[in-house]
Design a protein around this ligand. Structure first.
Ligand SMILES: Nc1ncnc2c1ncn2[C@@H]1O[C@H](COP(=O)(O)OP(=O)(O)OP(=O)(O)O)[C@@H](O)[C@H]1O
Length: 267
């Protein structure tokens, strides 16, 4: 049985939720359907405003769906899911706290900030290459380093599910490539299941096992693209025909190129 099942999920933001009397309801998601296995990394790709963030928030139980079913680990999500980590586009670190204490924040909220938690935080920070920055403050770190701290904060309580909302979207390209490799390495070591929202076709192909391509709002799943590129993946894989084929399929699904054009290009 699949670890996660998204079935006929629809989300309409009512005029009341929009906090404006004159607003029309917004259909953010219309009949989203897909499944994923435990340990899988699923990239969610789609045009801006098509409801990707909304879907992550529904999966986390932070907002209610209008209809449909979301099951994680066999359980229907009707309230905030305890066992998940969330990484946003902005690292949102607390500037007055050290790197270590930012990571431990999750454990404070869970009232599990003990010696073992501190040891794990230090171990995670070491794993992402920040072992020498435990006592640093966020302003002393680059954007990529701050996002590594945010990743450790999301993983400190060993969640089964990691939700990532354009986590590397604000980084320069080289840092982003590095973070893609870091994500692949961390995921191998930790074994979490990941739902990963991105706007980047090549990032989606590089990091994922499956790409779910959404149509324009109201979003439906346009295509599911299995990514069968072998592991371990290194940047060189971007220059293989299997990689460019997956990019082409995603570009077609997004309507960036037509299938006919794509055939012409390939010839
Ligand atoms: N809390 C909310 N109240 C009302 N409407 C909302 C709310 N959150 C999202 N929406 C609307 O739902 C639609 C989908 O938004 P969402 O942020 O999920 O899209 P997205 O695909 O993540 O976009 P992007 O890629 O630009 O981040 C948008 O039209 C947005 O205005």
């Amino acid at each position: 049985m699949a670890f996660g099942t998204i079935k006929n999920v629809r989300k309409v933001f009512s005029a009341a939720e929009l906090k404006s009397r004159s607003s029309e309801p917004v259909v953010a998601l219309d009949d989203a359907n897909f499944e994923f296995d435990e340990g899988e990394l699923v990239a969610l790709l789609g045009p801006s405003g098509c409801g990707k963030t909304t879907l992550l928030r529904i999966v986390a139980g932070l907002i209610q769906k209008t209809s449909g079913s979301v099951k994680i680990g066999g359980r229907e999500i009707t309230e905030p899911l305890g066992d998940y980590g969330f990484v946003f586009q902005s690292p949102s670190l607390m500037p007055w706290r050290t790197v270590l204490d930012n990571v431990l924040f999750t454990m404070e909220v869970l009232r599990r900030n003990d010696k073992a938690a501190r040891a794990r935080a230090a171990q995670l920070l070491d794993m992402v290459g920040l072992g020498d920055f435990l006592r640093a403050r966020p302003h002393q770190l680059s954007g990529g380093m701050q996002q590594r701290v945010a990743l450790c904060r999301a993983l400190i309580h060993q969640p089964k599910l990691l939700l990532m909302d354009e986590p590397f979207g604000a980084l320069d390209e080289l840092t982003r490539l590095e973070m893609n490799d870091l994500l692949l390495r961390i995921r191998k070591e930790i074994g979490a299941t990941v739902l990963f929202v991105t706007h980047s076709i090549s990032e989606a192909v590089y990091v994922s096992d499956q790409i779910i391509v959404f149509s324009r709002r109201p979003a439906r799943v346009a295509t599911k693209i299995p990514i069968t590129l072998p592991y371990p993946r290194t940047q060189r894989i971007r220059f293989t025909s299997d990689f460019t084929r997956a990019e082409r399929l995603a570009s077609e699904a997004l309507g960036i190129i037509s299938p006919v054009e794509a055939e012409g290009t390939a010839a």
